[in-house]
Design a protein around this ligand. Sequence first.
Ligand code: AMP
Length: 281
Amino acid sequence: MEIINSPAQIQQYALRVKRQGKKVGLVPTMGYLHKGHLTLIKEAKTKCDVVIASIFVNPIQFGQGEDYEEYPRDLTRDADLAKGAGVDVIFAPRVSEMYPKGYQTFIQIESLTERLCGASRPGHFRGVATVVAKLFNIAQPDFAFFGQKDAQQVIIIERMVEDLNMPLKIVRVPIVREDDGLAMSSRNVYLNAEERRQALVLFDSLKAAKSLVAQGERDAARVKEKLIEIISKAPLAEIDYVEIVDGKTVQPVKKLSGEVLIALAVRFGKTRLIDNIILEV
Ligand code: AMP
């Protein structure tokens, strides 16, 4: 497995293998790989001949006062894990190669970014869409793999691909969880033991919401009440948002029907965790 830093070099590599008729898969990540990322890579291996994993902590998707500096980084460890999972090439560019002096171009997706993480992290999805568009141009993938963990992100990327006629297919991969239900995240390393224990309320609340809906509840306000009640049992939990939105438009729903996304962001100490569930009602 090779590690390539230069965008031009990875682009040449991708164009070369594509000329040989091979399908290229891209798994964009910010590194500090865990089983969630490795599941995306495995999925890519089943669909593609060549798998490129990018590792780039993208500064423009972090707001002022967010954890860009502290975000965990360990390329040596990531390289071992990626190699074990069958990655062919890691693309690990430097910030100065992705955003050289004079950089001016950004991608803005409109109403899909208004709520949830788009509301609590202004500018976040502009940074995400921009880097993902650049990664697509650089790595020329036929397929790109995104986790359902970042539900709003994958909805936005699918929209961008369709709106800008990008010639690739987005593959969604279900959320990978720890044995006790906590969604895997590179940020979980920030949690102390007590925060880690209390963070289980996130998945508990989503499971309770799912069973309420299974019992016939269709009123979004009542489902939201249940979610908040369960999350609030954790004294350290500070809710950023708990929202019930349409799974396609990311606009709030009053009555649950069709594809519904229940998404939440909750802080435990300095760590902001997100989780979600999609229900077909
Ligand atoms: P990140 O490195 O956190 O930016 O994540 C890179 C990709 O991995 C994104 O598409 C995430 O949605 C996905 N991902 C992260 N955590 C998980 C998880 N627990 N389950 C599934 N996919 C995940």
